[in-house]
Ligand binder design. Structure first.
Ligand code: PEP
Ligand code: MG
Length: 522
């Protein structure tokens, strides 16, 4: 289920300043009690009227918890007012419980209840106000269960920065049939008014995207024990690696090392890097593990790099081009990656992003081999490198096509542009041709080709890619299972035929439909 609409950012962050009172303790308790009762009653009413009523029933019990009330009264006795006392007591309790994995996702629910009690004690209205009669994709740090009760017909989709698949907002949106993506670390970049496609099946938000580009949810009934080609996971953290492993990935095709440091203001030391990489490597599925050296700049700024402002950052100093400017790129990171691989007892391959010249491929390969890496590759993300592939024999061992950037540069279409989603459709015939040509050229010089861009997260397209002759695909963790099932539903001849049909079309929608039809007819 996918939807398109305009981004509508909602501020759900709440940091009340502690306030003292000069009343009697009894007067403040007399303010607190009815506030708690009112919120308890609100939750009980929601438990009767909303989907998943038991969630609200549990919340009504949480807010009326006597131990919490007693803690709040202790704070009132210390001189804090009713609202501050209840809020602080809840913060203290959620701090104690937040390390419990069963509880961590409920901590936000508790804080939301405390926020509501706080607001009642002051007579303040903190309710979510969503304009009517629009098509909106709400974006916030997180939403509380009671917020979802305020979602009106304008709400076509929900994106949160925090939360996981079992957070309440995810569960409630599922039962209300509202497409939702939770734990989207780049949610901050979405701007109110931007038109987007929210595509939970593809685990992605496409700026400027339209519903007809959404990942095709088809039932792929596995017929073979193993997928036609190996399916790896794209990871940026240890939880991503674990998720890929439990979804059945047989390797990691892209470890986005820059994701580990996106919010870090200070340059990470070699040791800090090694520790962070090791935890990801150790959580990863057994099998091949491909780490990409830092791909910073443009849409992934790293605060500590202090890259100068540029007119066109996507065409500027980013990816491998930063090599030489910062010591992290000229060896330090490779040392840390090798130390992490050795400590984890795993073989790790490395690849460089945004390589556009043969000389860069040679420079990176030499550097990586000097640091002890046996398998070295580059990403194919710029059109220029596609025309140099025949010279890569003996230089690199593998290529990994980054279809996100390759589309951006092939079509001269900013991947964040709100109106160019069509050009970035993963079924664009020119992109499919570029992949096909890359596979053909690489095959002539004996270099393996994987795909790690979003294209590999579309199960039907993964069949086409296997049919084209790609050796491996690497998908978002949430798509690993779907992609694996799709690739267990076809044999080599069928995939080639499906690919042939897709490649015969000259519009993205036609290519997708042709593949769908050929799959059904196989
Ligand atoms: C790509 O460009 O397709 C890719 C996998 O890299 P990223 O999305 O991290 O730029
Ligand atoms: Mg890229």
């Amino acid at each position: 289920m996918a939807a398109e609409g305009l981004i509508h950012r909602v501020e759900t962050e709440f940091n009340p300043k502690p306030k003292k009172h000069s009343d009697s303790i009894e007067d403040q308790v007399a303010i607190l009690k009815p506030a708690i009762e009112a919120i308890t009653a609100e939750m009980e009413a929601l438990s009767a009227s909303e989907h998943d009523g038991e969630i609200f029933e549990a919340l009504s019990m949480l807010v009326a918890d006597e131990a919490l009330f007693d803690e709040a009264v202790l704070k009132i006795e210390e001189g804090f007012d009713a609202g501050t006392s209840f809020y602080q007591a809840t913060v203290d309790m959620s701090e104690i419980l937040k390390d419990d994995p069963d509880f961590s996702e409920r901590a936000n629910d508790m804080l939301d209840l405390a926020k509501r009690v706080w607001a009642k004690t002051y007579g303040v209205n903190l309710e979510l106000a969503i304009p009517e009669g629009k098509s909106l994709i709400l974006v916030a740090e997180d939403f509380a269960p009671a917020d979802t009760a305020k979602f009106n017909s304008s709400v076509r989709g929900v994106i949160t920065k925090n939360g996981g698949p079992t957070s309440h907002v995810a569960i409630l949106c599922r039962s209300k049939s509202i497409p939702a993506l939770v734990g989207v670390r780049e949610a901050d970049k979405l701007v109110s008014g931007q038109s987007v496609l929210i595509d939970p099946a593809g685990d992605r938000v496409v700026i400027g995207g339209k519903v007809d580009q959404a990942t095709v949810s088809m039932a792929f009934i596995p017929e073979f024990d193993n997928p036609l080609i190996p399916v790896y996971g794209n990871v940026g953290s240890a939880p991503d690696a674990e998720k890929s492993a439990s979804a059945g990935a047989t390797g990691v095709g892209l470890f986005r090392t820059e994701f580990v440091f996106l919010n870090q203001a200070e340059t990470p030391s070699e040791r800090q890097q090694a520790e962070a990489y090791q935890s990801v490597i150790e959580s990863a599925p057994q099998g091949e593990f491909i780490a990409r050296t830092l791909d910073a700049g443009s849409d992934k700024p790293l605060p500590f790099l202090e890259i100068e402002d540029e007119e066109n950052p996507a065409l500027g100093v980013r990816g491998f081009r930063i090599n030489g400017i910062n010591p992290l790129f000229s060896g330090e990171q490779l040392k840390a990656l090798k130390a992490a691989a050795d400590a984890a007892g795993r073989k790790v391959s490395v690849m460089a992003p945004m390589v556009s010249r043969l000389s860069e491929a040679k420079e990176f390969a030499q550097l990586a081999r000097e640091h002890g890496f046996e398998k070295v590759g580059i990403m194919v993300e710029t059109p220029s490198i596609i025309f140099q592939l025949k010279h890569l024999e003996g230089v690199v061992d593998f290529l990994s096509i980054g279809t996100n950037d390759l589309s951006q540069y092939l079509f001269a279409a900013d991947r964040l542009h709100p109106k160019l989603g069509n050009l970035l459709d993963v079924w664009q015939p020119a992109l499919l041709e570029a992949i096909s040509y890359t596979v053909e050229q690489a095959g002539k010089v004996g270099i393996k080709v994987g795909i790690c861009g979003e294209a590999a997260s579309d199960p039907l397209l993964a069949i086409v890619l296997a049919g084209i002759g790609v050796d491996t695909v690497s998908a978002s963790p949430s798509q690993v299972e779907n992609v694996t099932n799709a690739l267990r539903a076809v044999n080599k001849e069928q995939a080639s035929q499906i690919a042939k049909m897709a490649l015969s079309k000259n519009r993205a929608a036609e290519a997708r439909n042709a593949a769908k039809h050929a799959f059904a007819q196989r």
